[in-house]
Design a protein around this ligand. Structure first.
Ligand SMILES: [Zn+2]
Length: 578
């Protein structure tokens, strides 16, 4: 994909009103030339989050997060670099130019934009039709009976499609859309005579949007019996792909980014009910098994995913596949034991938010969840039934790292339940080779630049002390260097005196740093910042290598953007020094 020109990215940065942007997420008040407020990224009672409206940067003294508007949006909305730029450009009216875009790609993008416009327009039409038309009265009554407020329905842009054969067709054509565009958007289809008619008629419409809220298609629920399938989705098109969408992701996204978790339920109305009950980080997979594409989307907004799916519907294989996909993406995947035959909407109706929150709190890790299910379903009264359960359980346990507490606990649970001695259960667990860990030999530890950074800080008095305190531990590539930093922060004014005898390795390192610092002139704040940024860049490069080895594309994108930010700040700092 063509990248945006440097120039247009710069124009986006200049156009942003940083105070306005941040104010949408946390209340800010003026403090001199800055604005301060409670940090949107970590829980705090006294404000340590500050915005510099001139340079358009933010920084939190509590959790050390900081950056520009693009980074802010990425962090708070879970967007990638490209998405954040596009969102800001749209909001602040900046035209983005792409680098060397070929005319063909440009044409395709324009076509796609038109289809997205058509889908958006149609979603608005359906929504107002639900609110106002006489024909939709039954649908309104149905939704009201399920307890959904108008506010909730509006937030998710729930609508109703007229039962006539051509309302969308004629309306869109009057607005200049071609029949082919209506087909491409999945809104129309052909009958046997070849004429077009509306795909969705007499149905409650649920727009399926992407992370940024752009409508890509619809899920539709029939209101009348016997008129086609109960649920109908947009047909596959260049815009809408089955198994990729998550209903509600655009609304849930910011809540999920903040809470760090996202809850996955089965259906549209479960999502509405969950949000209305205040469990706002909820999306639906709409009856399919969790797909790889969906896992990719989930990973963009939260690291902890909880499945609250009907136990019978989500087959064991599908769940385990999801668990493997999640592992590849560094996602923590858990599952909730739903009461027999109940969906989240019913749990909420009967027990309120407390009941559902209680279930979510008791969510189990995927393997643990599966083992418990195997045991619950086991036929315990026959030896053959117990053998089958043991066989299934041991296959699951084989995926848990050896010598972990979880493995031991699972073995105990299985042994108890099947009434077997634990060593028999262990003996049955097949050996699976542990994932190879990259060993780090001491020779690989990069001492040079990190050691030099510590020495510069030490040689530079209060400024050095502040820089050292502000340096996040993860820029150092080894435990030893992190320990050295910590030691220097606590014993900055007399580092040698504070050394303990117990750690000769640390002693040698600190002595070397002190000796080097003694030969140096104090460094300026800018030059210390620059050294720190160099370490930060090295850290990102290390992580990029790891992400490359793991073929984690979204992580690579994020890191590449972070690296750009660092490079840019380095340029700025060097500008100050010149
Ligand atoms: Zn913070």
């Amino acid at each position: 994909m063509a990248l945006f020109t440097k120039d247009s990215i710069e124009r986006v940065r200049e156009a942003v009103d940083m105070v306005e942007l941040v104010s949408a997420k946390t209340d800010l008040r003026r403090a001199g030339s800055r604005w301060v407020g409670l940090c949107p990224f970590h829980d705090e009672r006294t404000p340590s989050f500050s915005v510099n409206p001139e340079d358009k940067l933010y920084y939190c003294f509590g959790c050390q997060k900081g950056g520009d508007a693009i980074g802010f949006l990425q962090e708070v909305e879970g967007l990638d670099f490209q998405e954040a730029i596009e969102t800001l450009a749209e909001r602040y009216n900046v035209r983005l130019e792409r680098e060397d875009e070929d005319p063909e790609a440009d044409r395709k993008r324009r076509e796609r934009d038109r289809l997205l416009g058509l889908l958006d327009r149609t979603a608005r039409f359906y929504a107002s039709y639900l609110e106002t038309s006489g024909e939709a009265a039954k649908a309104r009554a149905y939704l009201a009976e399920r307890g959904f407020s108008e506010e909730t329905l509006r937030e998710f842009r729930v609508g109703y499609s007229p039962s006539a054969w051509d309302r969308v067709l004629t309306g869109a054509q009057r607005d200049g859309y071609s029949p082919q565009e209506l087909l491409d958007a999945g809104l129309a289809q052909r009958n046997q005579q070849g004429s077009l008619y509306d795909r969705f008629r007499g149905r409650i419409m649920f727009p399926l949007a992407d992370l940024r809220g752009r409508v890509l298609g619809f899920g539709a629920r029939a209101m009348a019996e016997g008129r086609g399938p109960k649920y109908l989705n947009s047909s596959e098109s260049r815009i809408y792909r089955k198994g990729r969408q998550l209903f509600g992701i655009d609304v849930a996204r910011s809540h999920a980014t903040k809470s760090g978790r996202i809850v996955v339920v089965e259906g549209y109305t479960d999502v509405l009910a969950m949000h209305q009950a205040g469990i706002r980080e909820t999306v639906a997979i709409m009856g399919t098994a969790l797909t790889e594409d969906q896992v990719v989307e989930l990973a963009k907004v939260a690291k902890h995913v909880i499945l609250a799916l009907d136990a019978d519907r989500a087959g064991q294989e599908a769940m385990l596949r999801a668990a493997r996909l999640a592992k590849d993406r560094d996602l923590e995947l858990g599952a909730v034991e739903m009461p027999e035959g109940a969906d989240p909407a019913e749990v909420l109706q009967k027990g309120g938010p407390d009941a559902m929150n209680g279930l979510l709190e008791r969510a189990r890790g995927m393997i643990e969840f599966q083992v418990h299910r195997v045991l619950a379903d086991a036929e315990l009264d026959t030896p053959a039934g117990r053998d089958r359960a043991l066989e299934s359980a041991r296959r699951l346990i084989a995926d848990v790292p050896k010598s972990s507490a979880l493995r031991q606990e699972l073995v105990r649970t299985v042994a108890d339940r099947l009434d077997l001695p634990p060593d028999l259960v262990i003996a049955q667990v097949p050996h699976r080779s542990e994932p190879a860990r990259v060993a780090r030999s001491p020779g690989q530890i990069a001492l040079g630049p990190e050691e030099a950074f510590l020495a510069s800080c030490l040689a530079s008095g209060e400024v050095g002390m502040a820089t050292l305190e502000g340096a996040s531990a993860d820029v150092f590539s080894s435990q030893l260097m992190r320990k050295a930093r910590e030691h220097l922060v606590t014993s900055f004014h007399d580092p040698l005196a504070g050394l303990q005898d117990g750690d000769p390795e640390l002693g040698r390192l600190v002595a070397g740093v002190v000796a080097k610092a003694d030969t140096q002139q104090p460094a300026s704040e800018a030059s210390l910042r620059l050294s720190f940024l160099q370490l930060e860049q090295r850290r990102i490069d290390r992580e990029l290598r790891r992400a490359g080895e793991a073929a984690d594309r979204s992580m690579q994108d994020r890191l590449a953007a972070a690296r750009q930010d660092v490079r840019r700040e380095m340029d700025a700092v060097m500008g100050q020094m010149a």
